[in-house]
Design a protein around this ligand. Structure first.
Ligand SMILES: [Zn+2]
Length: 250
C-alpha cells in the first residue's frame, strides 16, 4: 500500500481545513430563505448582497457561502457577472418537484409505519386534533402551519436522514410564497378527510395504505394548484407569485 501521508504528516494537510464560524453562513442562509419564502425577495429579483451584509452584520465571505447553500437547494441562481437572483419556477418545475416529493412522502409513510414510536404517534394525533380545531374556527393560516408539522413529523419518523434532507430541499424550493387563504371550503374539507385517513393508516401501521393515501394527498394538492383560481389569467406561465403549496390543500 502506498503511503498516503504527505510530508509533515496529516497535520500539514489539516492546517488548511480549519472550519470556522460554520454557523454564520448557515444562519445567513436561513434568514435569506425566510425573505424568499415570505416574498420579501420575490422570484426573479436580484439578491441585494451589500445590503444584506450590512443588515446581518457579516462580511462578504459568509454571505457568498450562504448563497451557495441556497443555490444548491434550487432557491437562487448564481451567475458570474449578474450576481445572485431568486429563481423563478415554471409550472413544469413545480410539477416535477411535486412528483419527486410525492415519491418521497410515500416512502416516508411506508418507513414511518414501522419506525414511529408510540410517543411520536401520540404527537401526530394531537397535532391532527389541533388542526381540526383550526378548520372549525376557519383559521386557515394556522391550519396550514399544523398541517405542515404533521407532514414533517411523518418524514422525521421515517428516520432516514437522506430522505429528510432531500425532502427539505424540495419543499423549501416550492414553499416560498406567503400563504394566502384561497383554498375553497370544499377542498379544505377534502384535505381534512385525507388527513383522517393518514392518521388512521399510521395508527394501524398500515404501510401500503399510508403510502397510497399520502401520494393521493399530494396529487390533489397539485390538481388544486393547476385548476384553481389561485392562478389568475396571465400568471399561468409563471406561477411563482401565486404558488402557495399550503393554500393548495395542505
Ligand atoms: Zn396535508
Amino acid at each position: 500500500m502506498r503511503d498516503l501521508c504527505p510530508p509533515g504528516g496529516i497535520s500539514g494537510v489539516l492546517t488548511g481545513m480549519r472550519i470556522a464560524k460554520t454557523s454564520l453562513h448557515l444562519e445567513a442562509a436561513e434568514r435569506i430563505r425566510e425573505l424568499i419564502v415570505e416574498g420579501d425577495l420575490p422570484p426573479g429579483s436580484r439578491i441585494p448582497e451589500r445590503e444584506l451584509c450590512e443588515q446581518f452584520g457579516i462580511s462578504r465571505t459568509p454571505l457568498r457561502e450562504a448563497l451557495k447553500v441556497l443555490a444548491s437547494e434550487g432557491l437562487i441562481s448564481l451567475t458570474q457577472n449578474r450576481g445572485a437572483r431568486v429563481v423563478k419556477l415554471s409550472r413544469q418545475d413545480i410539477e416535477d418537484t411535486f412528483q419527486v416529493m410525492e415519491a418521497l412522502e410515500a416512502l416516508a409513510g411506508e418507513l414511518a409505519c414501522s419506525r414511529i414510536t408510540d410517543e411520536e404517534l401520540a404527537d401526530v394525533r394531537a397535532l391532527h386534533y389541533q388542526m381540526l380545531a383550526h378548520f372549525e374556527r376557519n383559521e386557515m393560516a394556522d391550519y396550514i402551519r399544523i398541517n405542515q408539522a404533521i407532514h414533517e413529523a411523518i418524514i422525521t419518523a421515517a428516520r432516514n436522514p437522506v430522505l429528510s434532507q432531500m425532502y427539505e430541499g424540495l419543499s423549501g424550493r416550492v414553499q416560498r410564497s406567503r400563504y394566502r387563504a384561497t383554498m375553497s371550503r370544499n377542498r379544505w374539507r377534502e384535505s381534512l378527510q385525507e388527513h383522517e385517513e393518514i392518521l388512521d393508516a399510521l395508527t394501524a401501521r398500515d404501510s401500503k395504505r399510508l403510502a397510497h393515501v399520502l401520494s393521493e394527498h399530494i396529487e390533489h394538492k397539485l390538481e388544486v394548484l393547476s385548476t384553481s383560481s389561485m392562478v389568475s389569467p396571465g400568471e399561468e406561465a409563471d406561477m411563482d407569485e401565486d404558488y402557495r403549496p399550503g393554500a393548495a390543500g395542505g
